[in-house]
Design a protein around this ligand. Structure first.
Ligand code: NAP
Ligand code: MG
Length: 503
């Protein structure tokens, strides 16, 4: 197969502006989920490396040039990094597909431009982040400064390894922070490569450090470290809850982007062809290993049978294939464990009484790989486990509903609140339902659209804080209020002019 043609060089950690081995000298092997073969050795960071990275990031923030340089200079470096990601698009796309198993079409045409777009978009914000002059009293000049937080630890999952570097590092760096990024142990390669490109772009030493290694050791060390100021985490709800507890001891700032079980709602008045395409890409894009996947399909009962037939037909045509083939639209799941979890959920669904109308099986490609068929479970009730729990794979649960009230009630009857979709030709209904859905993102007659300019994040157990857009910059900065006395002599409170603010 084409996968093994060009060998991938061993990957190192990036600490203080240089690729380095782990302090322990240990390495591990990252695997190709499509072939079950090793890709390359990766330096395996441990607690000592976390400490080295904190020292470097701390020095880069406390006394290095990054937070002190002219915003326009930071802008140029971040913009250059965006350009370098595009220039290395073929290499990065291939690395992502080898490491994660997603189709090269997605890595190359969606993830590379998205990662670059983050650096370009947030480069522009470096010169626009500003405080305000606020009126308090004629005796004072009162204004705010918007300042960086310091050292940001970014902990990211394996489903969008390259995108997430852009989502987390670009805004944190634009705001003047320094960053220690921990990719998932399963998929470290593109983050490490972008770390190298960042040095080429002119990022000073220690400003962006990359530590591949186990979450329970390296991630935990960052979360517990008193000299890390903030953790920006994307991952599972269980680990997110654990991080909240660990972060409490150092009163660390925290942003959590967690799991989802997002409703994709098809009303009878929708363009059903478009909705079937949307329902299909809503769940099968990224093999369903997408936090915002439209994994609960709510279909209005009057069109339910017709719609499910369309969908099942689509799912059967979407056959798993070699992820490096540009025509492939369904790749391999990221790990054997994930594949087993997903297949286990299919069985659970059938045991709970759901009806399998497409897929449901492992389907190796060329005799190997962690591939699962595009799967549709019909006749699902919202209380079932397959309707309530995040499966994180190409498995769609179809739930019928009757009218707007029922659709909204079922959509919101879940712990999560990451995203939702609405398919209808009725403009009034689309806006009214969008307001009533408890979700951080609502797509109308579309699904799975993302842009660096548009905030993304969760309601309810899907987390708090935002990635992307102007809103995320609030999560990477803090506000300082400055009071300048213009008028009265400092002394006892009696000298304070009437009307001036006191405690
Ligand atoms: P995960 O197991 O929670 O892992 C996420 C990251 O946290 C990985 O880098 C992991 O490291 C690290 N980690 C694990 N235990 C840790 C600990 N004790 N302390 C610090 N860090 C620790 O999630 P995943 O299975 O990789 O990713 C899938 C999940 O991510 C899904 O639930 C999905 O919904 C969610 N997700 C959410 C969004 C969003 O924006 N809301 C986007 C994408 C994915 P190792 O894996 O290297 O051990
Ligand atoms: Mg891998």
């Amino acid at each position: 197969m084409t996968q093994t043609l060009t060998p991938v060089k061993p990957a190192k950690l990036i600490i203080n502006g240089a690729p380095v081995d782990a302090a322990s000298g240990e390495t591990y092997t990252t695997m190709n989920p499509a072939t079950e073969e090793p890709i390359c050795a990766v330096a395996k960071a441990g607690a000592e490396d976390a400490e080295r990275a904190v020292v470097a990031a701390r020095a880069a923030f406390d006394s290095g040039p990054w937070p002190r340089m002219k915003p326009a200079e930071r802008q140029r470096i971040l913009w250059r990094l965006g350009d370098l990601i595009l220039e290395h698009g073929d290499e990065l796309g291939r690395l992502e597909t080898l490491d994660n198993g997603k189709p090269i079409f997605e890595s190359r045409q969606i993830d590379v431009p998205m990662a670059a777009n983050c650096f370009h978009y947030f480069a522009g914000w470096t010169t626009k982040l500003a405080g305000e002059t606020l009126p308090s009293s004629p005796s004072f000049l009162t204004y705010t400064l918007r300042e960086p937080l310091g050292v940001v630890g970014a902990i990211i999952p394996w489903n969008f390894p390259m995108n997430m570097v852009g989502w987390k590092a670009a805004p944190a760096l634009a705001a003047g922070n320094t960053v220690i990024l921990k990719p998932a142990e399963l998929t470290p390669l593109t983050a490490i490569r972008i770390g190298e490109l960042a040095l080429e772009a002119g990022l000073p030493p220690g400003v962006l450090n990359i530590l591949a290694g186990p979450g329970a050791i390296v991630g935990e060390a960052l979360v517990r470290h008193p000299r890390v100021d903030k953790i920006s985490f994307t991952g599972s709800t269980d680990v997110g809850k654990h991080l909240m507890r660990s972060a409490a001891d150092t009163v660390k700032k925290l942003t959590l982007e967690l799991g989802g079980k997002s409703p994709n709602i098809v009303f009878a008045d929708a363009d059903l062809e478009a909705a079937a395409r949307g329902a299909s890409t809503g769940i099968f894009y990224g093999k369903g290993e997408v936090c915002a996947a439209g994994s609960r399909l709510l279909v209005e009962r009057s069109v339910h049978d017709e719609f499910v037939a369309k969908l099942a037909e689509r799912a059967k045509k979407l056959v798993p294939a070699d992820p490096l083939d540009p025509k492939t639209r369904l790749g391999a799941l990221a790990s054997k464990g994930q594949m087993e979890k997903v297949l286990g959920y299919v069985q659970t669904g059938v045991r709970e009484g759901a009806r399998l109308v497409a897929g449901g099986e492992r389907q190796p490609v060329n005799g190997r790989g962690w591939f699962v068929q595009a799967t549709v479970l019909d006749g699902v009730e919202n209380k079932m486990r397959v309707a309530q729990e995040e499966i994180f794979g190409p498995v769609l649960a179809v739930i019928p509903f009757d009218g707007v009230e029922d659709a909204v009630a079922k959509a919101n009857d879940i712990l999560y609140g990451l995203a939702a979709g609405i398919w209808t030709r009725d403009v009034k209904k689309s806006h009214a339902v969008a307001r009533r859905l408890q979700a951080g993102t609502v797509w109308v007659n579309a699904y799975n659209f993302y842009d660096a300019a548009i905030p993304f994040g969760g309601y309810k157990a899907s987390g708090f804080g935002r990635d992307l857009g102007p809103d995320c910059l609030r999560d990477y900065t803090q506000v300082k209020s400055v009071w300048v006395n213009l008028e009265y002599a400092w002394g006892s409170w009696e000298t304070v002019p009437q009307g001036a603010p006191t405690q």
